[in-house]
Design a protein around this ligand. Structure first.
Ligand SMILES: Cc1cc2nc3c(=O)[nH]c(=O)nc-3n(C[C@H](O)[C@H](O)[C@H](O)COP(=O)(O)OP(=O)(O)OC[C@H]3O[C@@H](n4cnc5c(N)ncnc54)[C@H](O)[C@@H]3O)c2cc1C
Length: 393
């Protein structure tokens, strides 16, 4: 199947690269060290409308799609943000903007999309639970109907950005996993007003001390009788599985775009170092032992980019894209990790110095193989759906 890049993709790339280019690696290292959201960059993205590309024009966005979001995220990562870019494009533009644009009621679109486009509403997403990580079917956070409301009880883990979010896109079960037939039945996706739930004490969270990706916190979230109005159901009650896949596939595709961009950034940093460092009188990059692995990564990143764009293009047309999204995520995360690893090798001892950005990039690239979906689960999907092998779990 062939696909076309939209004509304005180049303009999106240039616009975001122009913003990214104003911020050097010292800025990103400082945000990381201070564990703070890159507010200055975020505000510039909002002002330019680069975060709301996929929101329909009548609600204040650019009326484009996931493909343009992927192009923007890739440019932000490649232009300097590295791993931080993925969170900036996933939390609000994708989990909130894209999901509500596709699945929201007219009332929900009016209530949320203009605010997201104006940078006044931010969102995050919660599916992972302590006892149901990769196995989303097994989540036990329960939403019980009570008149015009749902009452939610449960626990989520690793929820990124809840400390900033106005609304949480929350995956619940309205039919327990043990009773649902088929098991994909009984999911309900809710839009939870975080400030209100925090204020009445029904939602609390605790950041998890973590190795990296420090520009955003990731938290344990405790839900103890959170009340959510019935008009804040995204999609249909019990049939949230369809909404869920329209969150998880774009998440994989955007994570892939982030990997392609981050990999491109660290590859460039490695090449600059290889061109300048000359302990034996000629640049280390003249040695094939240094140059060839970097060249191979360049090829891998180009291929991962193509699959990322293809998956996004399919999603924008409402076509099945599960395998493409998984393959994009697998190959991009792997190429980004190889890039960070080879950049580390190319920097010799200096890779270990915190004065260079490579150590931070090395650390952040590694987690992309495990999240938002672990490599093994992606391979299991490909084995089953593309190779026709028996389901392994
Ligand atoms: C920094 C960070 C940010 C995150 N942000 C969010 C967020 O905002 N919202 C959210 O909901 N979640 C978030 N997550 C959670 C993330 O999506 C999960 O950690 C991820 O899906 C893996 O789940 P798990 O950690 O429970 O691993 P597990 O499911 O426990 O898996 C552990 C290992 O076993 C392997 N494994 C498991 N089952 C099988 C099988 N059947 N066959 C082969 N191998 C298997 C896995 O591949 C993995 O390598 C975040 C995680 C991190 C670390």
């Amino acid at each position: 199947m062939d696909f076309d890049l939209p004509e304005d993709a180049a303009a999106v790339r240039e616009g975001v690269l122009a913003i990214a280019g104003k911020y050097d690696q010292e800025y990103w290292s400082r945000c990381d060290a201070e564990k703070r959201w890159p507010e200055e960059v975020w505000r510039e993205l909002v002002q330019g409308g680069w975060h709301s590309l996929a929101i329909p024009e009548e609600h204040g966005g650019a009326g484009q799609g996931l493909l343009e979001l992927a192009v923007a995220l890739e440019a932000l990562a490649e232009g300097g943000a590295g791993g931080a870019a993925s969170f900036m494009y996933l939390l609000t533009p994708a989990f909130g903007g894209l999901t509500i644009a596709r699945h929201g009621t007219e009332e929900q679109k009016r209530a949320f999309l203009p605010g997201i486009a104006a940078g006044e509403i931010e969102t995050c997403f919660a599916i992972t639970e302590p006892d149901a990580g990769s196995n989303a079917m097994n989540i036990s956070t329960q939403a019980r109907r009570d008149g015009d409301e749902f009452v939610v009880t449960g626990q989520k883990i690793w929820i990124s950005g809840v400390e900033r979010a106005d609304h949480l896109v929350l995956v619940t079960r309205t039919i327990p996993a043990t009773e649902a037939k088929p098991r994909t039945n009984g999911f309900t996706v809710l839009l939870v007003d975080v400030a209100r739930a925090v204020a009445d004490g029904t939602l609390t969270y605790r950041p998890i001390p973590k190795l990296g990706t420090n520009t955003v916190a990731s938290s344990m979230v405790f839900l103890d009788g959170v009340r959510v109005p019935a008009n804040r159901v995204l999609g249909e009650v019990d049939r949230g599985f369809a909404v869920l896949w329209d969150i998880l596939n774009p998440e994989r595709i955007l994570a892939a775009a982030g990997g392609v961009g981050s990999g491109g950034l660290v590859l460039r940093i490695a090449c600059d170092y290889a061109a300048g460092r000359a302990p034996f009188g000629k640049p280390i990059g003249a040695n094939q032992g240094i140059a060839f692995p970097l060249a191979r990564i360049k090829a891998q990143l180009e291929l991962a980019r193509l699959m990322t764009y293809k998956a996004a293009w399919l999603w924008d047309r409402g076509r099945p894209c599960g395998s493409e999204a998984n393959i994009a995520k697998l190959t991009a995360a792997d190429a980004a990790w190889q890039a960070a690893d080879r950049a580390f090798q190319t920097h010799g001892g200096m890779a270990y110095s915190l004065e260079y950005p490579v150590a931070r990039m090395f650390r952040d690239a590694r987690i992309a193989k495990n999240i938002p979906v672990a490599e093994e689960l992606v391979l299991a999907h490909i084995a089953q759906h593309e190779l026709g092998l028996p389901r392994s779990y």
